[in-house]
Design a binder for this molecule. Structure first.
Ligand code: FES
Length: 190
């Protein structure tokens, strides 16, 4: 796939702003990671590649599959585990067009479209959200309240179909429960 340079407004601010001291930020990220199964799956994937720095692109792909997009904490976690400077991880994540950085919506909703979730109706959940929010997966509502994304298996197949609302993995979603969850986030400004 040809590499295209990403042009994103605000990218430089995102890289530059990190008000917390590095160590305490990392401690927080690692504490958060210990309670989120997706980080464990990602770490197992890095281990499979023997934590080799050459595997960075591969690892970023896996991270995006698991989380739907690459947010700051995730990139810092990967850098820490692969012993790479954050600048290198951000550099690669922002260079390739197939990586999505944290979307601009105030809230994020990631619908898992992996096989287990799909066969249990994740497509209907996604369609209902797209219909209600009047956006497609990968887009943000015009009022910047909601960014809608999809992922490929977030490691929660036992509770399929799973949807992640602002970082919280939520089990057994239906079109109805998803719309209920998104009340207040959508339907204002369009
Ligand atoms: S397929 Fe959705 S969590 Fe595995």
């Amino acid at each position: 796939m040809p590499a295209k340079r990403r042009r994103r407004a605000g990218q430089s601010e995102m890289i530059a702003t990190n008000p917390k001291p590095k160590q305490s930020r990392l401690t927080e990220i690692l504490a958060h990671a210990s309670g989120d199964k997706r980080f464990k799956i990602l770490e197992a994937h890095m281990k499979k590649h023997q934590f080799k720095q050459d595997a960075l692109i591969e690892v970023l792909h896996k991270a995006q599959e698991l989380f739907g997009y690459l947010e700051d904490d995730l990139l810092l976690f990967i850098g820490y585990k692969l012993k790479l400077p954050a600048s290198r991880v951000y550099g690669v994540a922002t260079f390739y067009h197939f990586f999505t950085l944290k979307p601009k919506g105030q809230h994020t909703c990631v619908v898992c479209l992996g096989t287990a979730c799909y066969v249990k109706g994740a497509d209907k959940v996604l369609a209902a959200i797209e219909d209600q929010a009047k956006i497609k997966a990968g887009e943000t509502t015009p009022d910047n309240q909601l960014s809608l994304l999809t992922a490929r298996c977030i490691g929660a197949c036992g509770i399929a179909p799973a949807v992640v609302y602002d970082g919280t993995v939520t089990p057994r979603q239906t079109a109805q429960s998803a719309l209920e969850h998104l009340k207040g986030w959508i339907g204002h400004d369009h």
